[in-house]
Design a protein around this ligand. Structure first.
Ligand code: SF4
Length: 214
């Protein structure tokens, strides 16, 4: 089996409660969504078909126990589900960073989800696959809201309440779009009385906002 791959690299995990940990990344090509603030448009096309064995060989070179499967939308390629299972079989701790519009039902339960909920300013909020929120597991899965403005923040609050995410998710990540004035959002999080994590994209502060493969 194979996957269309944009890049495979070793870096530090940049966002989520795993931020700062050494992590190998497998970035899959392609995404049917078009979030207006997307920072990985270069994954939409191109890439290279790679057999699973070649991907595993590359990961073995990195000798890193944590692997994140990301994109693009990593679950948009059907063979990604088998790939995730085989990563788990090999003993890797596996993170899946998904845009939240593909069902996570068939994801190997050993993998840990970082599930986006798209907010209105992304332009893709109508495509959220809401049953994914009901499948979150509080011991391992994280949910992330990328916030552009305070209307997004209010949307996030309403979803957190409606789906009782404080109980369902291990972490609720509130991520400002890179480049906005973050202070109003940080203050709102501080005053929310909710178990949130204000979540910056660490890699962008280390390598810059436009760097690839980091
Ligand atoms: S789901 Fe992710 S990769 Fe796809 S357009 Fe949105 S931000 Fe970009």
């Amino acid at each position: 089996m194979d996957l269309r791959i944009t890049e495979i690299f070793l870096s530090i995990q940049g966002e989520s409660s795993h931020a700062g940990r050494p992590c190998s990344f497998v970035r899959l090509t392609g995404c049917p969504m078009r979030c207006v603030w997307c920072d990985s448009e270069y994954t939409f096309t191109g890439g290279e078909r790679m057999p699973f064995e070649d991907i595993f060989a590359k990961l073995a070179e990195f000798a890193c126990g944590l692997v994140e499967v990301t994109g693009g939308e990593p679950l948009a390629q059907k063979s990604a589900f088998q790939f995730i299972t085989e990563l788990c079989d090999r003993g890797y701790e596996v993170l899946i960073e998904t845009g939240g519009f593909v069902s996570t039902e068939e994801v190997d339960p050993r993998a840990k989800l970082i599930l986006d909920v798209k907010c209105p300013a992304s332009g893709e909020a109508e495509r959220n696959h809401w049953p994914n929120l009901e499948r979150l597991r509080p011991e391992r899965d994280e949910v992330k809201f990328v916030i552009t403005d305070m209307a997004d923040w209010e949307f996030a609050r309403s979803v957190i309440e409606k789906y009782d995410l404080a109980t369902r998710a291990k972490e609720i990540l509130i991520s400002p779009v890179h480049g906005i004035d973050m202070r109003p959002l940080a203050e709102a999080v501080a005053n929310s009385s909710l178990p949130l994590r204000f979540n910056l994209q660490l890699h962008k502060y280390v390598w810059g906002a436009d760097a690839r493969g980091v």
